[in-house]
Design a protein around this ligand. Structure first.
Ligand code: ADP
Ligand code: MG
Length: 258
């Protein structure tokens, strides 16, 4: 058996754009099993676009995204669907169905993609809600929940199908610092508990340093990546002023808050 560790995701020579408009080019990086991999960069640089190309929602203009060595955009529809079932995604907005209870929201992917019985689905929903700290909250509607709770329910829904990889787009947007920290802790717990790999789009420095162990830095001006690796090491070692400025921005303000 081949014992070399294969990356979970390999992004190879990826170019991204909308029509003639180039967002990013020449992206090359790998995400390893168990990574909490951060996609960072200023607002508008192309983080969400990259994430979309990684979860099968946006075809790249060039290059490949490999999952366990298989090229997503070269698979047929069935192959792509099989791969997508192994992803859990938490979108920026959270996007719960407001007319459905928390339990019904989490049950949705199980109803759509599995043949489990109602009873089995209820058991999984209860388990997933307890994993995100919302045991017994099945019957609450989104309108009756705080922003932090909605994120947790969205996360429970994202992990309903036991994904190998969980993708987050700006998970802490709209959360206060305390709830944002709680969400970071929860992401770590889920990574450890589920053995999942995590890819997070964020520009929140606190999260980047608290939970990230690997990253790619997208630069808006040059339209490509200008750094990769452990953000804590980039903070110390990166000679690029754009990376250094991003990773140390607002430092004095943050210290004042403490
Ligand atoms: N659907 C789209 N059509 C055309 N341009 C888009 C679309 N979505 C995003 N863009 C543009 O692509 C660039 C990158 O956007 P995005 O990936 O959302 O950045 P980020 O997530 O880093 O804030 C921006 O200039 C944005 O205006
Ligand atoms: Mg975005």
């Amino acid at each position: 058996m081949d014992t070399t560790v294969q990356p979970v995701i390999e992004v190879k020579d990826l170019d991204l754009g909308y029509g003639d408009y180039v967002v990013m080019k020449d992206l090359v990086f790998s995400v390893n099993k168990g990574d909490i991999f951060i996609v960072m960069g200023v607002s508008g640089c192309g983080k969400s676009t990259l994430l979309k190309s990684m979860i099968g929602l946006k075809e790249p203009s060039r290059g490949k995204v490999l999952f366990y060595g298989k090229s997503f955009w070269d698979e047929d529809e069935q192959g792509q669907q099989d791969m997508m079932r192994r992803f859990g995604v938490l979108y920026q907005s959270g996007a719960l169905w407001s007319s459905l209870t928390a339990g019904e929201n989490v049950a949705l992917p199980l109803q759509l993609y599995t043949k489990l019985s109602k009873q089995q689905i209820q058991e999984i929903v209860a388990l997933k809600l307890s994993l995100v700290g919302l045991e017994g909250h099945e019957d609450v509607f989104p309108s009756g929940m705080s922003g932090g709770m909605c994120k947790r329910v969205s996360l429970a829904r994202a992990i309903a199908l036991d994904p190998d990889i969980i993708f987050f787009d700006e998970p802490s947007s709209g959360l206060d610092p305390i709830n944002s920290r709680k969400l970071d802790d929860l992401i770590l717990e889920l990574r450890d508990g589920l053995g999942a790999t995590v890819v997070i789009v964020t520009h929140e420095l606190a999260s980047i340093f608290a939970i990230g162990n690997n990253s790619v830095f997208l630069d808006e001006t040059s339209k490509t990546m200008i750094a990769a690796g452990d953000p804590k090491e980039l903070l110390v070692n990166s000679r690029d002023p754009r990376v250094a400025q991003f990773l140390t921005r607002g430092k004095s303000d943050e210290q004042k808050d403490k």
